[in-house]
Write a protein that binds this ligand. Structure first.
Ligand SMILES: C[S@@+](CC[C@H](N)C(=O)[O-])C[C@H]1O[C@@H](n2cnc3c(N)ncnc32)[C@H](O)[C@@H]1O
Length: 280
């Protein structure tokens, strides 16, 4: 068989793999970039000793556990850090918090919260601004494993140096070490920071709106969706935001090419912060 023919088979297998996931479990990865999916499947083939993509397809069709615990995790990208892109958090602190402060209560939705670093960052920021008590934070992700890990608040000590720098650059007011205790080579964050946090399994591609949010933060999730899926998610965010509510995306993301951009004002091009228009 020539290399070209092999490549063709791989394309067919990839389509069948995605279709099997969709038909059996309802997750639509069809719009994720093929490059990302191929990279992840190849890695899984090596790890589990599969000779073809089809072998993985067969396994996931017959084992829900394998799909949920392995494949779903493989396909999603969970990279995150505390006060990631510190300038973003600085702007939230300096420009958005003064507006939120005027409300009797605040709802913040972190969509694609991953292992919780973004949640702890926000909770620390709110605590320092005296707003933690009156804020409800909703941390959602479609991967339950990452949310369970977020609830524990245990991270590797190795990461703390970078996170401390991020915290300071984000305008942190105290010593970052006040928020965690060190144990062996881990750090455990203060669980009181999660007092008003609700963790929910939520799939941005399939599930609907569940709160009225004053601020939605969805960073480094959008980048893996095509325009059509982004549009669906933006509509979900529009349905979930109060008038004048804010949306924060990741630094490489933008709503520039989406129809729904008309419904938002751009607050910061650099920090990818948008505001739902009051009149629509
Ligand atoms: C790269 S992480 C970003 C984490 C964090 N927001 C940040 O910027 O540091 C992307 C997260 O989005 C989640 N995710 C991907 N697709 C999703 C979907 N359709 N619905 C909900 N969460 C999703 C992944 O499980 C992952 O935890």
């Amino acid at each position: 068989m020539t290399e070209n023919e092999l490549l063709k088979i791989e394309e067919i297998e990839l389509k069948l793999f995605l279709q099997a996931i969709y038909l059996k479990y309802g997750y639509d990865f069809d719009n994720y970039t093929k490059k990302h999916i191929k990279r992840r499947i190849k890695r899984r083939m090596q790890l589990d000793n599969f000779s073809s993509i089809s072998k993985i397809t067969e396994k996931l069709l017959y084992s829900e556990e394998y799909f949920r615990k392995i494949i779903l995790k493989d396909l999603s990208i969970n990279t995150t850090e505390m006060f990631r892109y510190p300038e973003f958090f600085k702007m939230i602190r300096e420009d958005i918090i003064p507006i939120l402060r005027t409300y009797p209560s605040i709802n913040i939705w972190h969509a694609g919260a991953s292992t919780g670093e973004e949640i702890f960052s926000m909770a620390i920021l709110l605590k320092e601004e005296g707003l933690l008590e009156k804020t409800n934070i909703y941390a959602t992700d479609f991967n339950l494993n990452v949310l369970n890990s977020a609830k524990k608040g245990i991270y590797s000590m190795e990461k703390v140096k970078k996170w401390t720098k991020n915290y300071q650059e984000a305008g942190g007011k105290k010593s970052f070490a006040e928020y965690y205790i060190a144990k062996y080579d881990s750090v455990i964050f203060d669980s009181a920071l999660l007092k008003n946090v609700t963790f929910l399994e939520h799939n941005l591609v399939e599930d609907g709106s569940f709160i009225e949010a004053n601020l939605i933060i969805c960073r480094n999730v959008f980048i893996y969706f095509n325009n059509q899926l982004q549009e669906r998610i933006l509509k979900l965010f529009l349905d979930s935001l109060t008038r004048g509510g804010f949306l924060g995306l990741g630094s490489k993301e933008s709503i520039k090419y989406n129809e729904s951009k008309e419904k938002f004002n751009e607050i910061s091009f650099k920090n990818k912060i948008y505001q739902k228009k009051y009149l629509e």
